[in-house]
Write a protein of this length. Structure first.
Length: 444
């Protein structure tokens, strides 16, 4: 396409920075939009992880109560199971509702997460059937505990997969502390479930005791990991749980099992053990809730900051674009308008023959010089025309004077009867006649 006017060429020149600004701004906005989406996904995953942690806590309690119910052949924990199951059902519903509203990410991340979530869903679909078997005493305590442990393990794997959506270092530390605390609680729950049959039987095999001790040691290891990542407020909450009467009661019962592991005869009511360690786990759960509130609050703050940054960046980009376009148009108008005025004045002067018009000498230095040159040219034309008109007037006046003198001489000669002088006669002849009777210049 050929541009023939200055306006079109200036617009093409303005198009270059505008397109460059749009490309740069688009890239910047896309990057910040990605950061905002990551923050939103992180917040969503944190909320789902919290719901999963709450569900794990309920499943851990239900695991221990179910094991005690089966080990005692339905004589103990029967009154607790219905309430525990109702709490598990509520938390399962909340978990599924949040999971249904989660945002998708990249296909690779979603594929990995969907695989772990499918395993969780497969485990949870078996919960109702397992409860029926427990109620009818048609399953062994070990098999029941194994199901709950597998379900919790699948949930923990899913939480780890959700953590991969996060790209913030602070959130990563929180997640590491969170998972360390959940795994501490999981091993405490396993210790609770494994110890209930021991106290019911009033004896423990060496293999069973070694398994129980491994769960105690794992709790200590995960607590150390938690301490390395937690904030002072969270550490204080943990220490309060570990210094509680419930923790002291759990330790006393552990010591009794250790002292009489070989001989047996613990004389411990399994429900007393269950209550003591459940109270301790609930205190750890209080620390977990504090941690999850902090994680969600931090994720929310990151999301809000990302949204605010994206909003302000959009406003700045729009303002920069408007300023560029408006400024460019004003500059183009400031260049083109004076030139259009000069061109219109020149066209009018040529068409009307009026060279007295002048244009304003304003604008940029070059435009002022152009206006000054135009005005000077018009002034020169006006002066030349005035001089020509004055010369024509002088010639006309001389011609009139000569004609008047000739007439007077003719009248004077006629009145005196004198012939006209030859030069006068020559003047009175027509031009053609004078040329006819004049001798050639070479014959004179």
């Amino acid at each position: 396409m050929r541009f023939v006017t200055i306006s079109q060429r200036l617009l093409l020149l303005l198009l270059v920075p505008v397109v460059s600004l749009l490309l740069f701004a688009g890239s910047l906005l896309w990057h910040n939009l990605g950061s905002y989406r990551d923050a939103r996904q992180t917040l969503g995953m944190m909320e789902i992880s919290v719901a999963a942690g709450n569900l794990i806590h309920a499943l851990q309690i239900e695991r221990g109560a179910s094991a005690g119910f089966l080990q005692s052949h339905g004589q103990k924990f029967a009154s607790r199971l219905s309430g525990i199951r109702a709490e598990t059902g509520q938390r399962l519903q909340t978990y599924r509702q949040l999971l249904a509203t989660r945002e998708t990410a990249s296909p690779e991340q979603d594929a990995a997460l969907n695989r772990t979530l499918a395993r969780v869903d497969e485990q949870l679909m078996q919960l109702a059937a397992l409860r029926t078997k427990v109620d009818q005493l048609q399953i062994e305590p070990a098999a029941s505990s194994a199901y709950y442990s597998a379900t919790v393990a699948a949930q923990l794997d899913a939480m780890s997969a959700m953590g991969r959506y996060n790209q913030n270092v602070l959130i990563s530390r929180k997640l590491l502390a969170y998972q360390a605390l959940i795994r501490t609680k999981e091993n405490a729950g396993l210790e609770r479930a494994l110890s209930v049959p021991v106290f019911i039987a009033n004896a423990v095999t060496p293999q069973a005791y070694r398994t129980i001790l491994s769960k105690v040691y794992k709790q200590d290891a995960f607590l150390e990991l938690f301490r390395s990542q937690a904030e002072p407020e969270e550490l204080a909450s943990l220490q309060s749980a570990l210094d509680s009467p419930a923790a002291a009661a759990v330790q006393r019962l552990r010591d009794r099992m250790a002292e009489q592991a070989l001989s047996g005869g613990f004389d411990v009511d399994p429900e007393v053990w269950f209550t003591a360690i459940t109270d301790k786990i609930n205190l750890l759960y209080t620390t977990e809730q504090l941690l999850t509130r902090n994680v969600v609050a931090q994720a929310s703050a990151i999301e809000a900051a990302a949204w605010q940054k994206l909003l302000w960046l959009s406003v700045l980009v729009l303002a920069a674009l408007l300023l560029t376009v408006i400024g460019g148009l004003r500059i183009a108008h400031g260049i083109v308008r004076p030139l259009q005025v000069v061109a219109a004045a020149a066209e009018q002067a040529v068409s009307s023959g009026d060279f007295s018009r002048r244009v304003a000498e304003q604008g940029a230095e070059e435009l002022q010089r152009t206006s000054q040159a135009f005005n000077h040219l018009m002034q020169t034309f006006s002066a030349l025309i005035a001089d020509t008109q004055r010369g024509s007037s002088n010639i006309a006046a001389v011609s009139a004077a000569l004609a008047s003198s000739s007439t007077q001489i003719q009248h004077s000669a006629a009145s005196q009867g004198m012939p006209l002088p030859p030069w006068r006669q020559q003047l009175n002849r027509p031009p053609a006649a004078s040329a006819k009777h004049s001798p050639a210049p070479g014959l004179r």
